[in-house]
Design a binder for this molecule. Structure first.
Ligand code: FE2
Length: 223
C-alpha cells in the first residue's frame, strides 16, 4: 500500500502564531487523515490502491462513477502539497529566477501578493488558491472543493487552503486575515522554487507527496 498520511514537515506548533497547534492537529490529524483513509478504502475497491495518488487523480478525474475517489485522492494530494507550501519563518520574498519570473509575470512582488490575497479571499466557498506555472507563465488560480491544477495541465508551485477548516479556529470568519498572515509570514518560497525547476524540467510530479512517507528531511513526532 503506497497511500498513507505524510508527516508534517514541521512540528504542529511551528506555524504559531499564524496557524495554531490546535488547528494543525485537527487539520492534519483528522481532516487530511480522513481523506487518506477514504482514498485507501475506495482505491482498494477498484484495484487502484497500488497506484500513486497522482495516477489515481488523473485516472478518475471527470468520471462520475469515481467522483468520491477523485475527491478524496485530490484532497489528500492537495493537503500534502499545502503542508509543504508553508514553513516556519516563511513569507518574505522569493529570490533568483522565481523572483524574476514573478516580476515579469505580475509586475512586482507586491502586485503578486495582492493578486494572490484577492484570489484566496474571493474564492467562493471551499477551495484552494494556487500559484502555478501554466505553459511557462506564472499564474494565480483558484479551484473549488477538491479540484486541483494537476488535471488542468498546470504545475502548482504553492497553495493556500481556503476551506474553513484551515482557519476557522484561529480566525473564525476572517479569511482575509488568515490569507494575509500566510502570505506575509508562512509561505515556503524554497518549495516554490524547487517546483518551478521541476516544472521547467518537465517533471511528471511537481513536488507534492501523496505517497508516504513524504521526504521532508526532518524527523518529527506527530503523535
Ligand atoms: Fe484542508
Amino acid at each position: 500500500m503506497q497511500i498513507a498520511l505524510p508527516q508534517l514537515p514541521y512540528p504542529y506548533e511551528a506555524l504559531e502564531p499564524f496557524i495554531s497547534r490546535r488547528t494543525l492537529e485537527i487539520h492534519h490529524g483528522k481532516h487530511h487523515k480522513a481523506y487518506v483513509d477514504k482514498t485507501k478504502d475506495l482505491a482498494t475497491k477498484v484495484r487502484l490502491a497500488d497506484q500513486p495518488l497522482e495516477a489515481i487523480i488523473r485516472q478518475t478525474a471527470g468520471q462520475e462513477v469515481h467522483r468520491a475517489l477523485f475527491n478524496n485522492a485530490a484532497q489528500a494530494w492537495n493537503h500534502a502539497f499545502y503542508w509543504r507550501s508553508l514553513r516556519p519563518q516563511g513569507g518574505s520574498k522569493p529570490e533568483g529566477e522565481l523572483a524574476d519570473r514573478i516580476a515579469a509575470d505580475f509586475g512586482s512582488h507586491e502586485a503578486f501578493a495582492s493578486e494572490l490575497a484577492a484570489a484566496a479571499t474571493g474564492q467562493f466557498g471551499s477551495g484552494w488558491a494556487w500559484l502555478v506555472s501554466d505553459r511557462d507563465k506564472l499564474r494565480i488560480t483558484t479551484t473549488s472543493n477538491a479540484d486541483t491544477p494537476l488535471i488542468h495541465g498546470q504545475a502548482p508551485l504553492l497553495t493556500i487552503d481556503v476551506w474553513e477548516h484551515a482557519y476557522y479556529l484561529d480566525y473564525q470568519n476572517r479569511r482575509p486575515d488568515y490569507v494575509a498572515a500566510l502570505i506575509e509570514h508562512v509561505l515556503n518560497w524554497d518549495f516554490a522554487a524547487k517546483n518551478l525547476s521541476r516544472a521547467r524540467a518537465g517533471a511528471e510530479s511537481p513536488g507534492a507527496a501523496g505517497r508516504a512517507p513524504v521526504s521532508t528531511g526532518t524527523s518529527l513526532h506527530l503523535r
